[in-house]
Ligand binder design. Structure first.
Ligand code: NAD
Length: 354
């Protein structure tokens, strides 16, 4: 397997293979780009079918963080790590301490946080070996979902303004797919502004809560994408915008928290051709990582949430650029991110000093 020639390599600055025989740790830390600042990104633990699958995931996720951080206005670059293992079976103190030592060996070029398969207590074990951790309970911000939901809410407001020409969500119908952590808090914001909610979930208790608290109307999980609504907010799974769902969509806006909403990149253009405004997922769902970036002894919640609210204006800029260049909003977002991280003040200062 070649790493430099890997299809997801995309000019990564550094890829570290970590092996600790004593604890059984096998991990990969990928640092895509640090022009704007040191890399920040979660650690995923997954029983990858092959080493190649683990490398592919690390490279793809790490690159994604560069784009996400650049558009969220963070002083961070993009990185991510993966531990090869089964999170239900292979976790141990020794494993996470070894991971913490590897993170520490990078001297702050990479800051680790939780991701799929890794929870706050796991990161707290890593924190015994390194200060380069984020999203821990002690001195941290805790559950990022309320911040993510707030960012999605501000993003929906921006999309409604741009596509529907309205300054309020009052009376608009919003389909929320998945009313778990983020979906629930999103429903609360939408209901408070007078939007009508149509919801779907596979967990009955989650549905009961939003029906009781926000008078939401429930539809079957397979019917939510085709619901007769103004806005469709995927907040459960990825790849909900695909060849099968696209022709059924009645919404004029797709804006939700789920990662990787487009099954393939071409679906961004397919949405544009159908006149559906898409709020690119990694822009609208950045609220969690934004508040995590504010963590520390001087954490100021109102300042962090004001930063999250900037997602509104970032999306308006992306929508305007997409219109001006007649490209998909997903493409316009990528180009704007690249402008920011490829031409960073840090890199310019370094060059000027040389
Ligand atoms: P969650 O697990 O709390 O909620 C997901 C909900 O979707 C659950 O209630 C689940 O029952 C439901 N669901 C699962 N399959 C479904 C289906 N087929 N149809 C309808 N509902 C279904 O997760 P979350 O933290 O709320 O995250 C939701 C999405 O947002 C995920 O894609 C996640 O990656 C993304 N995201 C979350 C955050 C965050 O801060 N939590 C940040 C960025 C992105």
């Amino acid at each position: 397997m070649s790493v430099f020639e890997h299809r997801e390599f995309d000019g990564h600055e550094q890829v570290v293979f970590c092996h600790d025989p004593a604890s059984g740790l096998k991990a990969i830390i990928a640092i895509h780009n640090t022009n704007i600042g040191p890399a920040l990104g979660g650690c995923r633990m997954w029983p990858y079918a092959s080493e190649e699958a683990a490398v592919t995931d690390a490279l793809r996720l790490s690159r994604g963080m560069t784009y996400k951080s650049a558009l969220a206005g963070l002083s961070y670059g993009g990185g991510k790590s993966v531990i090869i293992g089964d999170p239900r079976r292979d976790k141990s103190d020794a494993l996470f301490r070894a991971m913490g030592r590897y993170v520490d060996s990078l001297g702050g070029r990479y800051t680790v946080a939780e991701d799929v398969g890794i929870s706050v207590p796991d990161v707290e074990i890593m924190a015994k070996e390194t200060a380069h951790v984020a999203g821990v309970a002690a001195g941290g911000v805790g559950d990022p979902s309320p911040a993510t939901a707030y960012g999605v809410y501000k993003g929906i407001q921006a999309a409604a303004k741009h596509r529907l020409g309205v300054d309020t969500l009052r009376g608009l119908r919003v389909a929320v797919q998945g009313v778990g952590h983020v979906g629930y808090y999103l429903c609360r914001h939408l209901a408070a502004e007078g939007a009508e909610l149509v919801v779907a979930d596979i967990a009955q208790d989650s549905l009961d809560r939003v029906v009781r608290e926000f008078d939401a109307h429930v539809v079957a999980p397979e019917a939510i994408a085709a619901a007769a609504v103004d806005i469709y907010a995927p907040c459960a799974l990825g790849a909900t915008i695909n060849d099968a769902s696209l022709p059924q969509l009645k919404a004029k806006i797709v804006a939700g928290s789920a990662n990787n909403q487009l099954a393939e990149a071409r679906h961004g253009e397919a949405l544009r051709k159908r006149g559906i405004l898409y709020a690119p997922d990694y822009v609208i769902n950045a609220g969690g990582v934004i508040v995590i970036s504010h963590e520390g002894p001087a954490y100021d919640e109102s300042k962090a949430f004001a930063h999250v609210a900037q997602i509104h204006d970032t999306l308006l800029e992306i929508f305007r650029r997409a219109d001006a260049h007649k490209v998909a909003t997903s493409e316009a977002a990528d180009r704007l991110a690249e402008e920011r991280f490829r031409k960073s003040p840090v890199r310019e200062r370094r060059t000027a000093a040389a």
